[in-house]
Design a protein. Sequence first.
Length: 312
Amino acid sequence: MAFTILGNNPERSGIEQFGMIILGDGMGSALDTFCGQSFGAKQYHMLGFTTLLHILTCWILVFKSGLRNKGAALQMPYLVDECLVVSDLCQDLPFLQENLDGFFKEAMHDVPKFLRLAIPSAVMICLEIWSFEMMVLLSGLLPNPKLETSALSISLNICSVIYMIPLGLSGAISVRVSNELGAGRPQSARLAIYVVLFMVTIEGVLVATILISGHKFWGYSYSNEEKVVKYVGEIIGVGCSIPLLGWYSSVLSGMVRGSGKQKIGALINLGAYYLVGIPFGALLAFVYHIGGKAKKATDRVHHDSMVPVNVA
């Protein structure tokens, strides 16, 4: 959160990619499985808790202290300390004593089991994130690297913005699937997946229509260079079908997390991105000279490869 507040600063890109995404979204996504299934099975003592107290600390260190990036890095240890303090205080609250048995009593149990989910979760997300970074780096090897990298970066930013809604649905289906499986209702979990797939189909069609209708103008939100704006429009025009496929990938990734099949997701990402997607994108860019438009093809390969996992 702290680095997001600071905006797109090159100085923090490495920290964000390898720190926030890998450790946060990666290993933390294993909790989608454990917490959701524990709640569905009414094993409330297995649940953890989150605290928002670190937001104030983050705000003070980033904005009021003048430390900026350094303050964002410093707030992470404070977050850990606050979690420890709050976990101790919560044991004294009567309405939480039933579900909180103490920090060290339960939290350190079954760590290997958690790591068996956490490590594949981190690998699954890292493989996806790194593939985008690799394609941006490859675009710098094209004949006009400044134009290619600028247009591709803008296109990825646009995709990131419109990706937020399916990302939310991904979190929702992850929770619902894990709850239903924890409660022993696999048919309900399957029904929830079908419902969300229908929702993202409708959304994908609408978003693709909007992108196509305004593909010549989206670039102006990021740049006033006519060449860049025009090239962004070409990339979006070629990749207009990507939103629909991307929504499916997002939802199915949430289903994978909810069902505890992160290892399968990691293997799919490895094959789709690095054995097929990136080589195919490089082929289109450097052999057939399609340029940055090849990036969209690499995404399409992954999205078509993410198949549902049997939750029964």
